[in-house]
Design a protein around this ligand. Sequence first.
Ligand code: FE
Ligand code: FE
Ligand code: ZN
Length: 295
Amino acid sequence: MSKLIIGSHVSMSAPKYYLGSVEEALSYGANTLMIYTGAPQNAIRKPVSELNIEEGRKLLLEHGIDENKIVVHAPYIINIGNKLNPPTYESSKDFLVQELKRVAAFGLSILVLHPGSHLKNGIEIGLTSIVEALDEVFSRDGTDVKIALETMAGKGSEVGSRFEEIQYIIEHTKYPHRLGVCLDTCHISDAGYNVHDIEGILKTFDETIGLDKLLVLHINDSKNERGARKDRHANIGYGEVGFETTHAYIKHPLLMHVPKILETPYINGKPPYKIEIEMLKSGQFKEGWVEKFDN
Ligand code: FE
Ligand code: FE
Ligand code: ZN
């Protein structure tokens, strides 16, 4: 009997850095976590030697948290989806090489990446740009960290809102063993999949990509209806996905070994993860919990 692996994205900031990230996750009752190695919106990064990695790892060990299930998320500003814009394309590849080295320095093994945006140059340019960039990055980074390509909502010109696009990338790179997938419940609904048909989703995923490639689940509700392509996350039970469907992903036997990470919005400036994790562990939805939220 394997146990639920659940956590949320947590911050990593001065003065405690990684130690503070682990403490934050533990305060939510989580047994995994997701970090950004710096601000998600920029590529400015502190040297790993200043991030209290050893202290954080010690605390993880004390609590029996499996580092293989901890996730790092790459910043949003990198885009390997458009080789027709060489400055961004080249700097994004360089950043990714450094980011993979940083993930390895944390003792971690999964980096979630938004595949990229083709910026009106068409899906073909998008896909080939991503394949070529990943091939170069994997030839240069010298780690065995895996990149989990995230299923996207399809906002703007995002690549990766269809499972077939993700599969195309994995199939065409020279390093398929270094790639996996992060499935985001808000994004698949926004992209037009019927998120409530979990058996259908898993079957389609297995037939196109292969369930063995699924490394991470992002557990979010969506503020918008199916197919809206908006990518606005809602709190658990407060959107199109709903509590019952969300809990079906949490408890599904085929997904038991996959770390589940919440990226739901803060409420009045405060993180909602302790309550959300509690509800998802117990399977009991607390009616009106957002309205009553004050902790
Ligand atoms: Fe993401
Ligand atoms: Fe996500
Ligand atoms: Zn999102």
